[in-house]
Unconditional design. Structure first.
Length: 327
């Protein structure tokens, strides 16, 4: 998985998985973990879809955990467990890095903490499907702006049409909590910033080392917030177990599946598959949380998915045209 760059299409996935997906594509192929036989049988597309399902059902589990631990408490547990697992797996070197390297990691961690905190505040107020759809607008707009192609105005128009429908056809947010919408849009803005800083981190640290260190920064930053909101609730064994499950489903398992998939799957195909995340989130919200969507909301999500896929295809076509012109 490669660290997303500003000239790459948006990878429409849960925010916490994007950087790991990016780091691995630039890694030494010989360092890739061997896929168990059962996972190999899924094929690369199946691995990506399984990762997406894991992310969104992990998000649904996180929503169900919020009454017990609070939104900030859930984020704290997820970041802490994910940081611990990544540090054990990656074992990043702490020496030999410049002040600029550490500054980049710290900013990356701050961005990651803000993005996750805002997103979980959103899903505490509005259904998972619309929240992911609104959040996706951040990287989608970044992709459109970075591309600077007129055709991307079409994809931007489709995305805005989806937002218009989610807003109740211009008559105000009839079914969605305005605060939840604002949190989702803010999370999308932080996701766009996250993509930029994940690219910079990936250029300064090998493989997923930078991500592991940034995850530690994010976890440390969020720990006081989680303690203030949840206190000793975070020490409850059931809460810890459920929070660990959220971290595994939303971070550790998708990281592994996407890492294995991108060893055999073009990044362009991966990004198109990631564009289905809002739909997967809607299904997870319905099955786990009994969150239903109106026909208008379903159409809005479809428009944003189409816009994401279109932006991806446009970027891929642009990249191929450049390659054809090269000797």
């Amino acid at each position: 998985m490669t660290i997303p760059r500003t000239d790459q299409p948006p990878q429409v996935a849960d925010p916490a998985t994007a950087a790991t997906a990016a780091a691995a594509q630039g890694a030494d192929p010989g360092a890739a973990p061997a896929a168990p036989h059962g996972l190999r049988a899924l094929g690369p597309v199946g691995l990506v879809l399984a990762g997406g399902i894991s992310v969104q059902f992990g998000g649904a589990l996180a929503v169900s955990l919020m009454p017990r631990a609070g939104a900030l408490g859930v984020v704290t547990l997820r970041l802490a467990v994910a940081a611990l697992v990544l540090m054990v797996i990656c074992r990043p070197k702490l020496r030999g890095h410049s002040r600029a390297d550490w500054g980049t990691v710290v900013v990356f961690g701050i961005t990651m903490a803000a993005m996750n905190g805002l997103f979980y505040q959103s899903v505490a107020r509005i259904p998972l499907g619309p929240a992911v759809t609104l959040e996706v607008l951040g990287p989608l707009i970044l992709s459109v702006v970075a591309s600077r192609r007129a055709v991307n105005l079409v994809w931007a128009g489709l995305a805005l049409g989806g937002v218009f429908l989610l807003a109740g056809g211009g008559g105000g947010f009839r079914s969605l909590d305005p605060a939840g919408v604002a949190f989702a849009l803010s999370a999308g803005a932080m996701w766009a910033a996250y993509i930029v800083f994940s690219a910079r981190t990936g250029r300064r640290f090998p493989q997923a080392d930078g991500l592991a260190l940034a995850m530690v920064v994010a976890a440390v930053l969020f720990l006081p917030l989680g303690l203030i909101e949840s206190g000793d609730k975070l020490l409850d064994p059931t809460t810890i177990a459920l929070g660990s499950a959220v971290a595994v489903l939303s971070s550790v398992l998708p990281y592994t599946l996407e890492l294995l998939a991108l060893r055999r799957l073009p990044a362009s195909t991966f990004a198109v598959l990631m564009s289905l995340e809002p739909a997967v989130a809607s299904v997870a919200g319905f099955l786990v949380l009994s969150q239903t969507l109106s026909l208008t909301e379903a159409l809005a999500i479809t428009l944003v998915i189409a816009a994401s896929m279109g932006a991806v295809r446009t970027q891929v076509g642009r990249g191929r045209a450049k390659n054809v012109g090269q000797p």
